[in-house]
Design a protein around this ligand. Sequence first.
Ligand SMILES: Nc1nc2c(ncn2[C@@H]2O[C@H](COP(=O)(O)OP(=O)(O)OP(=O)(O)O)[C@@H](O)[C@H]2O)c(=O)[nH]1
Ligand SMILES: [Mg+2]
Length: 434
Amino acid sequence: MVQGLISAQASRVLSTGGNTTCTAGLSDLHGWRKNKTLKPFPVMKVFDAKHIKNIVLLGSHGCGKTTLAETMLFEAGLIQRRGRVEDKNTVSDHHEIEHERGSSVHSTALHTEWRNYKINIIDTPGLDDLVGETIPALRVADTCVLLLNAHHGVEVGTDLVWEHMQRYDRPVIIGLNQLDHPNADFESTVGQAKEHFGNAVTVMQYPLEQGEGFHRIIDLLKMTMYVFKDAGGKPEKQPIPASELEKANSLHKELVEKAAENDEALMEHYFEKGELDEDEMRKGLKQGMMKRTCFPVFCLSALRNMGSGRLMGYIDNVAPAALEMPAESLTDGGTLECRADGPPVLFTFKTMIEPKAGHITLFKVMSGEVKEGMELVNDNTGAVERINQITITRWIASSAVRASRTARPSESLQRPAIAIRSRRAAAGSSARYT
Ligand SMILES: Nc1nc2c(ncn2[C@@H]2O[C@H](COP(=O)(O)OP(=O)(O)OP(=O)(O)O)[C@@H](O)[C@H]2O)c(=O)[nH]1
Ligand SMILES: [Mg+2]
């Protein structure tokens, strides 16, 4: 795996700043529709970098990452029907080999939109021998969503991926999934998470029941109870039952203190008032996530579509955007800030050969704007490479769609899998272009 950079040779840099137009590769879409009802291709929305969140789904084999990704797309209305891994019709596990194996083999870049945010998702494979797919994804995401399986607790595969997560120092959200499973055990899984990942593990929600009957979640930030119908989806908000108030209030207090401890002004406020409001808590929790002193825990049943909306809401409001992340340290000792007005820098994190679409390289715009036709220098090879075509993969790479001619900061994942076609980028390579 090579890491490298391609930089713009000043004289050849074309002016940046085009608008976004999309034309769908109809033939590909057509094929796609056979097995899924897909909303007609919307006009591509443009999100500014503040409204883009890049997450990577991580966790042991079978903990539910692909199912959660499917639910996040469905909950946002980007797909009309949820696929199931067993039925070989999920959006993420679209490769033949993934159908054969019944689990993810490749990292897949997807996106969803929640309220006025775009959430880019990389779904990674959990099998240990496929960690080569997970590391580049970790490299370009801004927040890690680590899924734990509530009936297995912290697994060997979880510890393995946690080790890699340590290297990248990214903020972490913990999703406690499969709470509908008959053997689900929330308390013991949280206990194990604290043992393995430390006191930064912070309970944001707890389930009122587990197993078959799982359908109510107490939220300690909003101090409300979410009640799901059997079919899952949008929950009803109800007041916390009197029988739960004592427990909820004491856990809420712990959460407030966790938020306050990350910011002096918040701490002072807390000492004065003895409480923090939701926005103040979010501010403290965000700082705690950036400092990795707070790993918020959310309750989920991806299979029964319970809890993904709240998780996406938290990612929107609290998880950091690429612009808020610390500057990247470069191999040459320099640093690189994610700035819209910065020099055009992109980082390729995956190259693949897709049926129908051919050679595709996925990249993240680390700074500035990248435009079709631009010539950038590959920092690994020193070679000048031309950005031939920027496309958007809509779920399945083979239905690549011609993207805008310009890519902007963190836009890599804004429209997942913005690709450049360049025969030079070796499959599986990652490189930095400037
Ligand atoms: N009961 C229950 N089963 C679930 C849930 N989420 C996923 N599953 C099941 O768990 C199995 C594995 O789900 P996947 O989504 O493929 O898990 P994964 O983490 O993507 O697995 P890898 O791709 O191998 O890493 C499938 O049979 C799912 O239907 C859940 O919330 N509850
Ligand atoms: Mg999977």
